[in-house]
Design a protein around this ligand. Structure first.
Ligand SMILES: Cc1cc2nc3c(=O)[nH]c(=O)nc-3n(C[C@H](O)[C@H](O)[C@H](O)COP(=O)(O)OP(=O)(O)OC[C@H]3O[C@@H](n4cnc5c(N)ncnc54)[C@H](O)[C@@H]3O)c2cc1C
Length: 300
């Protein structure tokens, strides 16, 4: 297993926001058996493990991560049986959408254009347009800390808004079974294309970002959840910047790495500023949706 592990690897290219320092140890398993071997190695050496999927919802500290960082993107494989689509944790959600359309299975197309892996989407219960990934899950297979494999069925767990059982346990998702609805492949493909295009039109991919920084706070306005982005814009923060970390003009809840030189510290300072300003303006303390990894000077 030692030969699979690299040391002092820059993590910036492994994140969508393009910031962050190095991993002390870094590995890219090709399948869940290798993943299991790496967990065993880390357990024996008592080195903590950090799991990284597409890195599209993650802010890594400039000083890096003093752990074994496991990049799951090599753990891939999608199979279809009837209306069940099984995807490995490292497959992109986009790939799952593409295969579901090919097989005439509807449901996932609404997530077309949402960056990241299947594992990351299930961990954070990613969602958009009023739907969340958990609505389509039949079961999730995961490795617990001791490396044993388990399967959790739909009626055995509770997902919430940007919340999953995996946020509360040190479990590593290896495979997900999605239960989908038979439909017309062409229609599914067309819908997926439309959702992808909507994101492109909104400017989602124009700059490095992590998508939404904050969860929409509890409560509704006009039957919809209060929008964190709207609260930020109303507090007069659109376009506000710390270094090259800037609140996107097109969406108050998105921070962009404007010219690629922003540091993780810039982004974190901007996040703290947004929280303080929104609290002052609206009396609402926003909660972050993104994941913070690594060594920070001040703990959150
Ligand atoms: C342009 C853009 C648009 C976005 N739009 C949306 C949106 O509409 N809706 C939305 O919800 N999000 C959105 N996001 C955020 C992001 O795409 C999602 O949260 C995505 O599901 C994260 O997946 P990932 O593989 O990149 O996760 P990562 O960022 O790699 O990891 C996120 C968390 O999941 C954990 N994790 C990853 N894989 C596993 C695994 N196999 N087992 C256990 N834990 C794991 C990590 O440890 C980490 O804590 C957007 C991001 C960008 C850049």
């Amino acid at each position: 297993m030692e030969q699979k592990i690299q040391q002092n690897i820059a993590l910036r290219p492994y994140t969508s926001i393009r910031t962050g320092g190095p991993a002390r140890y870094f590995a890219q398993p090709a399948d869940s058996e290798e993943l299991k071997g790496l967990l065993g190695w880390a357990n024996t050496k008592q080195i903590p493990v950090t799991i990284l999927g597409g890195g599209s919802n993650t802010l890594i500290a400039d000083r890096g991560i003093d752990h074994l960082v496991i990049d799951t993107k090599g753990i891939r494989g999608i199979t279809v049986r009837g209306r069940l689509l099984c995807a490995a944790c490292g497959d992109t959600l986009e790939k799952a959408v593409t295969v579901s359309a090919e097989y005439g299975l509807a449901g996932l197309e609404i997530f077309s254009g949402l960056p990241g892996t299947v594992g990351g989407a299930v961990y954070g219960n990613a969602g958009c347009y009023g739907h969340a990934v958990s609505e389509y899950i039949d079961w999730v297979e995961y490795l617990s800390c001791d490396g044993s494999l388990h399967r959790l069925y739909r009626d055995q767990y509770r997902f919430g808004y940007r919340d999953s059982p995996f946020k509360h346990h040190k479990w590593i998702i290896t495979e997900v079974g999605f239960n989908l609805m038979p439909s017309q492949p062409i229609a599914i493909g067309q819908k997926a294309k439309k959702y992808r295009q909507m994101r492109r039109d909104k400017g989602h991919y124009r700059y490095p970002s992590m998508g939404s920084i904050f969860k929409n706070p509890p409560g509704t306005e006009g039957g919809r959840r209060i929008s964190a982005g709207k609260l930020i814009e109303e507090a007069g923060l659109s376009g506000y910047a710390v270094g090259s970390a800037r609140i996107a003009d097109y969406h108050g809840n998105i921070i962009i790495n404007y010219d690629g030189t922003a540091t993780a510290d810039d982004i974190r300072e901007l996040i703290d500023h947004i929280r303080a300003t929104v609290f002052e303006f609206h009396g609402i303390m926003l909660e972050t949706e993104i994941n913070f990894f690594g060594i920070w000077d001040t703990e959150r």
